[in-house]
Design a protein. Structure first.
Length: 238
C-alpha cells in the first residue's frame, strides 16, 4: 500500500494534482520462459494447434466477445507488446458487483474501490483531528485480485488485479462536519497467458490447453494488459 500525507500551511490545504490518482504499484513482469519450448519435428502439432486456435477465435467473434477477441488476436501476433485497455471498457467492467468464481479470496471491483475510498477519508479525518490543520492524503491499495461476471469481461481477463487510488483533502471540523474533497481512480493489470493446470471444465479447458500450447510452440506470446478508469470526484461533509 502507498500512503502520502501532506499537511497544509496557513490554513490552506495542499492542492490536488492531476497525477495524484495515477499512483499504483508496479506492474508484474511477464514470464515468457515457456515460449517456443515445445519441439514439433513433423509440423503436425503446429497444424493441429492452429486449427484449434482458429476455432477459439471464431467462437469469440460469433458470441460477441469483442475485447476477448482483440486480446486473443494480440496474443497470436507474437510480439509480447503491452496492450492498453481503453477507459470506457475498464469503467464498464469495474462496475460489476458480482464475479463468476466460487472463491471468497477474489473480490469484486466495487468492494475494493469502496474500501479504498473509505480508508482514505478516515485517514485524512484522523490526521485533521490530530493537527487541526487541513491535510491531503493519498492512499493507493496493493494489487487486489478481482473478477467480473459478464461474458466478455471473464473471457478477456478472468481473474486479474486492481489497485484503487484515492486522494482526499480534508478540513478541520466537528464529527460528521469535516469538509472533504476527493478524487479516485482505479487501475487494472493482468498477464495474458494460459496454464494447462487450470480447471475450467470441458470446452473451456480445451481452449485454455490449446492457447497454452500455442505459446510453447512459438505461435503466441504472453503480454501485459493494463489500463486506468476515469477519475471520479466527490465533495461533501464527513
Amino acid at each position: 500500500m502507498y500512503e502520502e500525507v501532506l499537511g497544509g500551511e496557513n490554513g490552506q490545504a495542499p492542492p490536488i494534482k492531476s497525477y495524484d490518482t495515477s499512483i499504483h504499484p508496479n506492474f508484474p513482469v511477464v514470464d515468457t520462459s515457456k515460449f517456443k519450448t515445445l519441439r514439433d519435428y513433423t509440423g503436425e502439432l503446429i497444424q493441429a494447434n492452429a486449427t484449434q486456435a482458429a476455432a477459439v477465435g471464431i467462437y469469440f467473434s460469433s458470441r460477441d466477445r469483442p475485447v476477448a477477441k482483440k486480446l486473443f488476436d494480440h496474443y497470436y501476433r507474437v510480439t509480447g507488446d503491452d496492450y492498453v485497455l481503453d477507459e470506457s471498457t475498464i469503467e464498464n467492467w469495474i462496475s460489476e458487483d458480482r464475479h463468476a468464481y466460487n472463491n471468497p479470496a477474489i473480490s469484486t471491483c466495487p468492494a475494493a474501490i469502496s474500501a479504498n475510498k473509505e480508508a482514505a477519508i478516515s485517514r485524512a479525518i484522523a490526521e485533521v483531528d490530530k493537527t487541526q490543520n487541513p491535510v491531503k492524503v493519498i492512499l493507493s491499495t496493493d494489487w487486489v485480485i478481482v473478477a467480473g461476471i459478464s461474458n466478455d469481461h471473464v473471457q478477456s481477463l478472468g481473474r486479474y488485479s486492481l489497485a484503487s487510488t484515492t486522494v482526499v483533502v480534508a478540513h478541520p471540523g466537528a464529527a460528521g462536519s469535516h469538509q472533504i474533497e476527493l478524487r479516485q481512480q482505479s487501475h487494472i493489470c493482468d498477464i495474458y497467458n494460459f496454464h494447462t493446470d487450470d480447471d475450467y471444465g470441458n470446452m473451456a479447458q480445451s481452449a485454455v490447453n490449446t492457447m497454452a500450447q500455442s505459446e510453447e510452440l512459438g505461435l503466441a506470446k504472453s503480454f501485459l494488459v493494463y489500463g486506468s478508469g476515469a477519475v471520479h470526484s466527490w465533495s461533501g461533509s464527513k
